[in-house]
Design a protein around this ligand. Structure first.
Ligand code: GLU
Length: 300
């Protein structure tokens, strides 16, 4: 169904899907707000989903603290929280579905063996299921293009060629790519509003939607907040956890979404005003936003 028809006939459902590998930082607050404001501007539902499939990096205590921080900014999920680690059988079923269509292959390759091929998986793989193995999606020549309402038309020409992403790792954990597509579909998410760092994952996700014969959501990407050297602010790049319930922090985060409120008295009031003021068109074609001087304290 074309996206415009889809959005006319189905209630808007958006989501924020943090991976609990650390506490919420300023860049994540900006992303959470963008998805929330877009959902509320469309009188839609906004869901929170904890993307903790990577059991080696995610911690329950981080998930709890991320939720507490979101709640302290009045950002509440309209439905029960979904936590991916509780749904691994569903990912297994969908992986079996791809296995039965011979769209995936087992792979015993190691990092060292792939290093000889610039880290890329070679076009053939002699692996078998007799040894510990991951499951990789077969490469495709499909080319995707879609209209991102913020970034404009995005074309993914070589994104799938020679690309055989892991859907299930050797250690048994499922990948983000598989889990995010399955969950967005099962939760009937109609709109993704997320950071521009995820643009590079999009072609692979659209390809999975096609393989499953599911309709993809509308997807758009907000500018990425970067540090002085142009890197995404992230835990690895010393982004500090934000304070809870801090109106000045909220106002600065809204500023990066082109919302400048004069003097709201509370977080609640600021959010209400921000929903009215949210105009994603103002961010059109902006991929990166460097952190301004006065906000450098959000990183250490
Ligand atoms: N869990 C992903 C992250 O924290 C976001 C997934 C998405 O928005 O598609 O980067």
């Amino acid at each position: 169904m074309p996206n415009d028809l889809r959005s006319l006939s189905i209630k808007y459902r958006g989501r924020f899907a943090p991976s609990p590998t650390g506490l919420l930082h300023f860049g994540s607050l900006v992303s959470a707000l963008a998805s929330y404001l877009d959902a509320k501007k469309h009188q839609g539902d906004w869901l929170i989903r904890i993307e903790d499939v990577d059991g080696t990096r995610c911690k329950e205590s981080f998930a709890t603290q991320i939720l507490n921080t979101l709640h302290s900014y009045n950002l509440f999920s309209d439905e029960d929280l979904r936590t991916q680690s509780n749904h691994t059988q569903i990912y297994e079923q969908q992986l079996s579905n791809l296995k039965s269509k011979q769209l995936v292959f087992p792979c015993n390759c190691t990092r060292q063996s792939l290093a000889q091929n610039n880290g890329l998986h070679p076009s053939t793989c002699k692996s078998t299921t007799n040894q510990p193995h991951s499951w990789r999606l077969k490469a495709s020549n499909a080319i995707y293009e879609y209209d991102d309402s913020i970034q404009g038309t995005l074309s993914f020409v070589d994104d799938l060629k020679n690309n055989t992403p892991i859907l299930k790792r050797k250690d048994g954990y499922f990948s983000y790519q598989l889990a995010v597509v399955v969950d967005d579909h099962l939760q009937e998410i109609t709109h993704l509003v997320r950071g521009a760092d995820l643009i590079e994952t999009t072609a692979q996700q659209l390809y999975l939607y096609d393989l499953f014969e599911w309709t993809p959501p509308n997807i758009c990407h907000i500018p990425l907040i970067t540090n002085k050297t142009g890197e995404k602010i992230s835990k690895q790049n010393h982004a500090k956890p934000i304070k809870d319930s801090d109106l000045p922090t909220l106002l600065r985060a809204l500023h990066y979404l082109e919302i400048n409120l004069s003097s709201p008295q509370s977080i609640e009031e600021a959010l209400k005003l921000a929903i009215d003021a949210w105009e994603p068109n103002k961010l059109r074609n902006i991929k990166y936003l460097p952190l301004e001087e006065q906000d450098q304290h959000f990183i250490s």
